[in-house]
Design a protein around this ligand. Structure first.
Ligand code: HEM
Length: 150
C-alpha cells in the first residue's frame, strides 16, 4: 500500500478510536483544559469577596464560572469521551464539538460579563449562547444513548 494511503488509514482509525472514546480527541482535551481554567477564574471570587458566593451582582457571575464554566465543560469533555463505550455508538464529531465549545465559551463570557457590568442584555445573550451549546451537545450524544439494534 502506498505511504499516503497508510497515513490516511491511520488517520481514519485514530479518528474512529477517538469517536468511540478509546483515545482522547482534541476537542475533549480542549473541554477539560477549559474546565480547569474556569475553575481558576471562579476561585478569583473567593479572593475578591472572601467567599465563593458573596451576595450581590458577583454571586451569579462567579457561581456560573463554576457551574457553567467548570462543571459543564468537564461534563462535555468526559461525557463525549466515555458515553460511546456504553452503547458502542459513536458520538457526532467533525465541526460539531467546535461549535459546541465556541458557543459555550461565548455564552459563559457574556453571561459573566453581563452580571459584573450590570448589562442585562448581555446576560440574556450569554444565556442563549450557553443554551445553544447544550442543544448542540444533545444533538451530538443523542445517537450514543440508544443501544445498537443487532
Ligand atoms: C444556559 C445555562 C444557564 C443559565 C441561562 C442559567 C441562569 C441562571 C439564573 C438567571 C439564575 C438566577 C441568578 C440570580 O440569582 O439572579 C441562576 C441561578 C443558579 N444556577 Fe444557573 N444557569 C445556567 C446553567 C447552570 C448550570 C449548568 C448549573 C449547575 C450545574 C447552574 C446552577 C445554578 C444555581 C445553583 C443557581 C442558584 C444560585 C444562588 O443560590 O444564588 N446553572 N442560573
Amino acid at each position: 500500500m502506498p505511504e499516503k494511503n497508510i497515513a490516511e488509514v491511520q488517520r481514519q482509525a485514530h479518528s474512529r478510536m477517538a469517536q468511540m472514546g478509546f483515545t482522547f480527541s482534541r476537542d475533549n482535551r480542549g473541554f477539560i483544559i477549559a474546565a480547569q481554567g474556569y475553575l481558576m477564574l471562579a476561585g478569583i471570587g473567593l479572593l475578591i469577596n472572601g467567599s465563593l458566593l458573596a451576595d450581590g451582582a458577583s454571586r451569579p457571575a462567579f457561581l456560573h464560572l463554576f457551574t457553567l464554566g467548570f462543571m459543564l465543560f468537564m461534563i462535555y469533555g468526559l461525557g463525549s469521551h466515555m458515553l460511546p463505550r456504553f452503547t458502542g455508538n459513536p458520538v457526532r464529531e467533525g465541526v460539531w464539538p467546535w461549535w459546541q465549545m465556541g458557543l459555550a465559551h461565548a455564552g459563559v463570557a457574556s453571561y459573566v460579563a453581563g452580571y459584573l457590568l450590570g448589562w442585562h442584555g448581555l446576560v440574556i445573550v450569554g444565556a442563549l449562547l450557553a443554551w445553544l451549546s447544550l442543544a448542540v451537545f444533545t444533538f451530538r450524544v443523542w445517537p450514543v444513548l440508544w443501544p445498537k439494534k443487532c
